[in-house]
Design a binder for this molecule. Structure first.
Ligand code: BG6
Length: 692
């Protein structure tokens, strides 16, 4: 996924330096979405105000400036200031009205290179410029048509067809309408009729100075509005009007792929919905809803309709997106798990008392619990770490709900077109709520009539909006690409879900109350296991030069083995494999020798004795073991210090994966730092993959 950003100042004087800084900071906040190339566009000089110009006069003179650079944001910043100096552009030049756009890329079509970076342009004149997040699936057909009409393409991107299509439509309209002005919205509405695929777009055009148009289908996009003298960090400056003050009032507008790049400017936002064209012009915003669907008998799509929408207030603090005293976001997010878990459980655990049993309240699900209890199956669907969190929760879901639980990796379910029945409950787990494979699986499951439930960490995300009901994990913004605190909060939410579904079964009351007690105490236990930080750093120093690492787990901790190995793969760039311990003798045992480091998760639960025998078999083959065991078990699992031990606090078995993953998160973190790799933006990865 890419990050797109736009900034418009209306009637508020801003120097070019300030405008550049706002665009660069916007990109820095979105860099976790993609970081292989970036670009911005600003105006060359003071354009006359948009109302003064007809769309022809100004356009012939000065074109917007476009700066693009391969590499991360800081390489773009450096090259922009070099270019600005070379062009003798005055950074103190002030603009009372200006519209700038920016983009940070995660390459899908066309390698990371300056020509493939955004903004993509309509041509040398930069008449139309576009920044895009998503994939245009019919771009080749559109490209052929545009080439036949004389357009030449300079990039391998799918995006380049969009600004060129805008110019084609603009020129056509002018031929047809003569001097009749064509509005920016009209051009973009026409463009959207031809585009297929997921997209969030921001358009800038020299024909419409100081205006931006944002529109989307599938990929996320928000608008932030800052009135004059409003200060995001001081609630009292927020006028509590949920509607925009009238047009022409001095304002600043921020467009962004997510709230991270808006919250430092304002908390007043508007989530742009699918098939909406949002036009920022003259200090005002107009929204047109369009429907591409052809009418009956292929009749033309209905006319776009104007939409009034209220602003909402972001429940997010700037601190959440700052590193604080930590060096990396991943490190911060690992260490803030006691707080994120507390927030995840806030208002959802009922302590009970003499008259009332301990229980769980999940407001977003209470009207659907009966249906879920009667389900034919519960199907967990997700990708990456989210899939592993669901896998860690399967045993307790089966135990407390009594409903068979099936696991599906989203892409595999789609490849197989696996069976989904209308009596099924399909639970979609996604931190970002925007992962394309999970979204497509949601579409597939809802087409098959299943009850679709969402578990996400992003309010207003596509999965949150397209599922019938769900639970927000409220872990706070997660910026490190390798997911950590979201994983532990996802497991806790699914444990609470199992408790809620099983809430009417007397036979499991004692078990449920024990788990609820365990949940209340979990943040403290996580604080305790975080004290292993230095020990994990030491272990990382021992493993720094290793090529490979195996992690054995079973029962609740098969997921811990998969997730631990995934973290080491994702950030430390070391081959590592999570293996179901029960499968050891059926192949993996062949890999065991005195060199290959092997982590065995052997904390106390129903599988403990089996894991003890696994350790003996590995010892018998001189395995190089690192055993994770419950506090006080070191001597029994590794007699005579025959291996390295990681002792962790004991909690309820279904909550133990929350504890056991923390030392492996810390190990992966320290290995990455010691091996000199990028912790927060690992090679070739993105926080959420919004393309298939
Ligand atoms: C990957 C991320 O792109 O997507 C992983 O790098 C994540 O950390 C996976 O687990 C699934 O993302 P999500 O947002 O659907 O949980």
């Amino acid at each position: 996924m890419c990050g797109i950003f736009g900034y418009v100042n209306c009637g508020i004087c801003r120097e070019r330096r300030h405008i550049l800084q706002v665009l660069f900071n916007g990109l820095r906040r979105l860099e976790y979405r993609g970081y292989d190339s970036a670009g911005i566009s600003i105006d060359d000089c003071l354009p006359p105000s948009s109302s003064a110009t007809s769309s022809t006069s100004f356009s012939t003179s000065r074109s917007p400036l476009v700066f693009r650079q391969e590499g991360n944001i800081e390489s773009l910043v450096k090259s922009v200031y070099e270019d600005v100096a070379a062009m003798e552009l005055n950074l103190e030049e002030s603009f009372s009205d200006h519209a700038g756009i920016a983009h940070t890329r995660w390459a899908t079509h066309g390698e990371p290179a300056t020509r493939n970076s955004h903004p993509q342009t309509s041509g040398a004149e930069n008449e139309f410029l576009v920044v895009h997040n998503g994939v245009i699936t019919n771009y080749e057909v559109l490209k052929e048509t545009l080439v036949r009409h004389g357009f030449t393409f300079e990039s391998e991107t799918d995006t380049e067809v969009i600004p060129k299509l805008a110019k084609f439509i603009f020129d056509k309209a002018h031929e047809a309408e003569g001097d009749q002005p064509v509005t920016f919205s009209q051009v973009v509405l026409e463009v959207m009729k031809h585009l297929e695929g997921a997209c969030a777009l921001i358009f800038k055009s020299k024909h419409y100075p100081n205006e931006l148009i944002a529109c989307k289908r599938g990929s996320p996009l928000l608008l932030g509005v800052k009135e004059l003298n409003e200060d995001a960090s001081n609630e009292s400056t927020l006028n509590d009007s949920k509607f925009l003050s009238k047009n022409g009032q001095p304002k600043e507008f921020f467009l962004s792929s997510d709230a991270n790049a808006i919250v430092e400017h304002t908390k007043k936002v508007l989530v742009i919905e699918d098939n909406e064209v949002l036009h920022i012009k003259d200090g005002g915003v107009s929204i047109l809803k369009f429907d591409n669907a052809r009418g009956i008998h292929g009749a033309a799509p209905s006319r776009p309709s104007s939409v009034q929408r209220a602003l909402s207030i972001l429940e997010m603090e700037v601190e959440q997106i700052n590193k604080g005293n930590y060096e990396h976001y991943m490190q911060k997010e690992i260490h803030e798990q006691p707080e994120s878990l507390t927030t995840t459980m806030r208002g959802r655990l009922i302590r009970g008392g003499s008259s009332k049993a301990k229980s769980v309240l999940l407001g977003g699900l209470k009207d659907h619990l009966k249906t879920i209890r009667r389900s034919r199956r519960i199907v967990f669907i997700g990708c990456g770490t989210s899939y592993n969190a669901a896998l860690a929760s399967r045993p307790i879901m089966e135990e407390l709900s009594g409903v068979p639980v099936t696991m599906e990796v989203a892409s595999d379910l789609l490849d197989r077109q696996g069976p989904i029945y209308r009596e099924d409950t399909a639970i979609f787990v996604s931190q970002s709520g925007e992962t394309a494979d999970t979204l497509n699986a949601l579409e597939y499951a809802s087409e098959n009539g299943a009850l679709c439930v969402g578990i996400t960490n992003t309010v207003g995300s596509a999965i949150a909006r397209r599922t019938v009901c769900g639970v927000h994990i409220n872990a706070g913004a997660e910026i490190g690409v390798a997911s950590t605190k979201a994983y532990t909060s996802q497991i806790v939410v699914m444990a609470m879900l199992a408790l809620a579904i099983g809430g009417d079964t007397m036979s499991t009351q004692a078990r449920r109350e024990a788990i609820i007690d365990g949940l209340f105490d979990l943040p403290n236990k996580v604080r305790e296991v975080l004290k292993l930080d230095a020990e994990m750093k030491e272990l990382a120093e021992l493993l720094i030069a290793e090529q490979s690492l195996l992690v054995f787990g079973r029962g609740y901790n098969y997921a811990t083995a998969l997730e631990g190995a995934l973290k080491v793969k994702e950030v430390a760039l070391m081959h590592s494999e999570g293996i179901l311990a029960g499968e050891m003798k059926h192949g993996p045992l062949a890999l065991v020798d005195e060199n290959l480091p092997i982590v065995v998760i052997a904390t106390r639960d129903a599988c403990f004795s089996k894991q003890q025998s696994v350790i003996q078999q590995l010892h018998a083959r001189k395995g190089r073991l690192i055993v994770m065991c419950s506090k006080g078990d070191a001597a029994s699992v590794c007699p005579g210090n025959s291996c390295r031990v990681i002792e962790v606090p004991i909690v309820e078995d279904c909550l133990q994966p929350v504890i056991n993953i923390v030392p492996l998160q810390l190990l992966a973190y320290h290995l990455t730092v010691l091996r000199g790799y990028n912790v927060d933006q690992p090679r070739n990865l993105a926080k959420s993959v919004t393309t298939e």
